[in-house]
Design a protein around this ligand. Structure first.
Ligand code: GLV
Length: 332
């Protein structure tokens, strides 16, 4: 008798070739129509499934786990995993995986692109041109902030932060300062030409401050009104980390009243909703959470998430586990 394939759910639309690979190992139910399910609907779809392929938009928490007793693994197609309540997953013996590494350089590229677009007022000036308002050259037209030779501040110095530091230091001759929960070793600091500073010094000194820290309760509103007022009035703020790390309402006020010069945001509190005041201020560049979005990188992320499901469910070993302690614990 042919053994039955394990049942999994792919909770969002994904590359057909990745789905085809999953199909060879599992009985797959997929959401190729990309319907945005409520938590109740997700729980319903998960009945009888041992694995799920998620993106950052499906919350996996104690309430979901309580009604999905057969679930063993959740593979997130994202490096961030704040949609997972990892403690609840560990307590339930459910493995979580993410997709680190494969998106580092692409995301660092985008962080730099957003910094450039923000400092050099690219989006704002393009809107002006498209509106037919360009009728002459002017000495101060869209004069922005200098990038080369300026001070690049990085809050959160993991792989992506280091990638941005390298681009700034080696490509643009920037002076790099950073703040992180823990200081990097000397060799990595030297490679990134980065100097560890306190958060206060980072805020006060950076000409361009890039946020690349993970979201958690402790990083919620890490940049709010108080922090914004510590920054230079000429500074730019770039958030490619997670919505909620910046207090978006406070940022909109700071952009309106000139507390800082400009911001570039790829992530938002409550996205895909965007704070309405951010939509009306000119000195902000807004992108829809696309920092890792190149064809090649998104495909690599999807393959890694799929390989985590295959590795764990077929061989008992995941490539990039978040809570590996469940691997050694008794299966639930
Ligand atoms: C995207 O935001 C990711 O976490 O991969």
């Amino acid at each position: 008798m042919i053994p039955k394939k394990p049942k999994i759910l792919v909770a969002r639309a994904v590359f057909p070739e990745v789905l085809a690979k999953l199909d060879t190992h599992f009985e797959v139910q997929s959401n190729q129509d990309d319907v945005l399910w409520t938590p109740e609907k997700l729980a319903q779809q998960l009945q009888g499934k041992v694995g799920v392929f998620t993106t950052g938009s499906q919350r996996v928490d104690a309430a979901l786990l309580a009604v999905c007793p057969e679930l063993k693994v959740c593979a997130n197609m994202a490096v961030g995993f704040n949609n997972f309540d990892l403690a609840a997953m560990t307590a339930a013996g459910v493995l979580g995986t993410n997709t680190p590494g494969v998106l580092t350089e692409t995301t660092a590229d985008f962080g730099f692109a957003l910094l450039m677009a923000t400092a050099r007022r690219i989006a704002e000036s393009e809107r002006f041109l498209r509106a037919g308002l360009w009728n002459r050259w002017r000495y101060d037209m869209f004069a922005g902030g200098e990038v080369h030779g300026s001070t690049l501040g990085i809050l959160g110095m993991g792989r992506i932060g280091q990638g941005i530091a390298q681009r700034g230091a080696h490509g643009f001759g920037m002076k790099v300062i950073y703040h992180n929960r823990s200081r990097l070793d000397e060799a990595t600091e030297a490679q990134c030409k980065a100097r560890f500073v306190s958060k206060d010094e980072l805020l006060a000194q950076a000409d361009h401050l890039v946020l690349v820290l993970p979201y958690s309760e402790s990083s919620h509103h890490a940049i709010g009104q108080a922090e914004l007022s510590q920054m230079k009035p000429t500074a730019t703020l770039i958030n490619i980390a997670r919505g909620g790390i910046v207090d978006d309402a406070a940022l909109a006020v700071a952009l309106k009243n000139g507390t800082i010069a400009a911001a570039g945001l790829d992530v938002f509190e409550g996205e895909p909703q965007v704070h309405p005041d951010l939509l009306t201020v000119p000195n902000v560049v807004l992108t829809p959470h696309i920092a890792s979005a190149t064809q090649a990188t998104r495909l690599a992320m999807a393959h890694l998430a799929a390989d985590n499901l295959i590795g764990f469910l077929c061989r008992g070993k995941a490539l990039t586990p978040l809570n590996p302690e469940v691997l050694s614990a008794t299966c639930r």
